[in-house]
Design a protein around this ligand. Structure first.
Ligand code: C5P
Length: 224
């Protein structure tokens, strides 16, 4: 865009999966590719924002003109998010963060036996929720919800629990939406009850729609 609507603004974007180590060779992960989060970071950059991208393991290159920090685990992403969030005017939580991690990481490769194996898991920090508690007036936060059932109900619960301004709902029931695809179909729910539905389009175009929404929302917030 010629007129950069986010010039002077700082943005934090989380993206990609997290990998939670089980032993030196195995991990618990998920199918997130990071495409949506990276597209968002780039769309924010294109509007002039100073973007920090906190990324789990992906196959995507570091985007030009964006400060990219790579992490592996939910805990590392949580720790790395603190400082950039404190400075951010807006934050988008697009990462597919593991909810559970092995209670202990085996120092040596776990050997197979004929028995079943049980791995105790503990909860990870919810980055969006914890940062939501530290949100300042004027800060705008956006989260994602990927649901298979009762989509709207679950999405609205997250909006409140994580103190978000917007939640982006993508349903796995929509063909072409969600993990791995280059396209996405989203519905946005705002904290004041606003609903915006968008057609199936490329993740790059979806990112621009989301940035348009964020630009408009920022204008309604008190600025420091
Ligand atoms: O509760 P759920 O994981 O479905 O919420 C998804 C939203 O919360 C996404 O925006 C995701 O990035 C964020 N989240 C997070 N840290 C977690 C789990 C989810 O930031 N540990």
């Amino acid at each position: 865009p010629t007129r950069k609507r986010l010039a002077g603004k700082k943005a934090l974007v989380t993206a990609g999966p997290t990998f939670e180590a089980i032993d030196p060779v195995r991990f618990i992960g998920n199918h997130s590719t990071g495409k949506m989060g990276y597209a968002l970071a780039e769309a924010l950059r294109d509007e002039g924002a100073d973007v920090t991208l906190l990324s789990g393991p992906t196959h995507l290159p570091d985007p030009a003109g964006i400060q990219t920090r790579r992490v592996q685990t939910a805990q590392e992403m949580f720790d790395a998010a603190q400082a950039p969030f404190a400075e951010a005017d807006l934050a988008v939580f697009a990462a597919a963060v593991a909810d559970y991690t092995p209670r202990e990481v085996a120092t040596q490769k776990i050997k197979k036996t004929d028995d079943d194996l049980f791995i105790p898991l503990k909860r990870t920090p919810d980055i969006a929720q914890e940062l939501g508690k530290r949100k300042r007036p004027g800060q705008l936060t956006v989260g994602f919800a990927l649901e298979t059932h009762d989509e709207e109900h679950h999405a609205l619960g997250k909006l409140t629990r994580k103190n978000l301004d917007w939640i982006v709902l993508n349903s796995l029931n929509d063909p072409g939406a969600g993990f791995g695809h280059d396209t996405n179909k989203v519905t946005l729910h705002g904290r004041n009850g606003e609903v915006r539905q968008f057609a199936l389009k490329s993740k790059v175009e979806v990112a621009r729609d989301l940035v348009d929404t964020m630009v408009a929302s920022l204008r309604t917030l008190p600025q420091h």
